[in-house]
Write a protein that binds this ligand. Structure first.
Ligand SMILES: Cc1ncc(COP(=O)(O)O)c(C=O)c1O
Length: 264
């Protein structure tokens, strides 16, 4: 998002939240980062890269601030159906009329319906913003690919069947999440929080004294394990791992990661 904000001529301000605060920013932190020029707050829950999820009270407190300070909120809810441990996702636009007017809710089909790469998303906003976005989009990417639209239509028109399939998928994701979580925390020097959503874990690796870039680069070179450096998310000291892969690959990746860490 920072690069997109720059492309739009805005100046992005990152509000950082590490694992000590569950990777969740507080309204106080956001308020400290506001300037008279602030127009938009971007939120993402469940989160990429951390898998964290804001509870209702936390989300309401952030919305209360947004309303009080008259700023728009873009809520990226693309992982809203990928939840674990009986967690519940809360849509800020649903809180009250004022919230509905100022929240731009974005989502997409790639995660819930395994349509990765087909570039189909949704946006819900007040009519003024919705129309402006449609105008901009029609002059840039023009339209969404036809076959992807038919796929999405089938998914939403058969909602019950779709959710049944999603729930079956979640059984596997959940097992892989715990396999990866336990495996990471068993490696000396790595600490990983239990995520509640999406399909990522974001362990801390700062113990090893390498930057995230160095850690992920060397891990790729030496053990052929691909992770994303936390640096890419403005969070040095962490790496992002995806468990949207098989149990066997997760196990193999963990063994190689352990080998790599034991030699540092
Ligand atoms: C938080 C978040 N929003 C949006 C997207 C975009 O998804 P897509 O381009 O597949 O629709 C992603 C993909 O990784 C994501 O993690």
């Amino acid at each position: 998002y920072p690069e997109m904000a720059k492309l739009a001529g805005a100046i992005p301000k990152i509000v950082f939240a590490g694992d000590d605060q569950g990777f969740k920013v507080t309204p106080e932190q956001i308020e400290d980062a506001l300037t008279p020029a602030t127009k938009l707050l971007i939120l993402n829950s469940p989160s990429n890269p951390t898998g964290c999820l804001y509870d209702r009270a936390e989300m309401e407190a952030i919305m209360e601030l947004a309303i009080r300070k008259n700023i728009l909120v873009m809520s990226d809810e693309i992982y809203e159906y990928l939840l674990y441990d009986d967690s519940v996702h809360h849509r800020p636009a649903s809180f009250c009329r004022e919230a509905q007017d100022r929240v731009i809710t974005v989502s997409g089909f790639s995660k819930t319906f395994s349509m990765t790469g087909w570039r189909l998303g949704t946006l819900v906003a007040n009519p003024t913003i919705g129309k402006a976005v449609a105008n901009l989009q029609s002059q840039t990417s023009s339209n969404a690919t036809t076959f992807a639209q038919y796929g999405a239509l089938a998914a939403v028109q058969n909602w019950e069947d779709s959710m049944k399939a999603v729930n079956e998928m979640l059984v596997h994701f959940d097992r892989r999440r715990l396999l990866l979580l336990d495996g990471l925390n068993a490696i000396s020097g790595i600490e990983c929080l239990r995520s509640q959503g999406a399909f990522y874990l974001f362990p801390k690796v700062s113990f090893f004294g390498l930057s995230s870039e160095e850690f992920s680069g060397q891990l790729l070179e030496q053990e052929k394990v691909a992770v994303v450096s936390g640096h890419a998310f403005g969070a040095d000291g962490y790496i992002r791992l995806s468990y949207a892969t098989s149990d066997e690959i997760i196990q193999k990746g963990l063994s190689r990661l352990e080998e790599f860490c034991s030699n540092l």
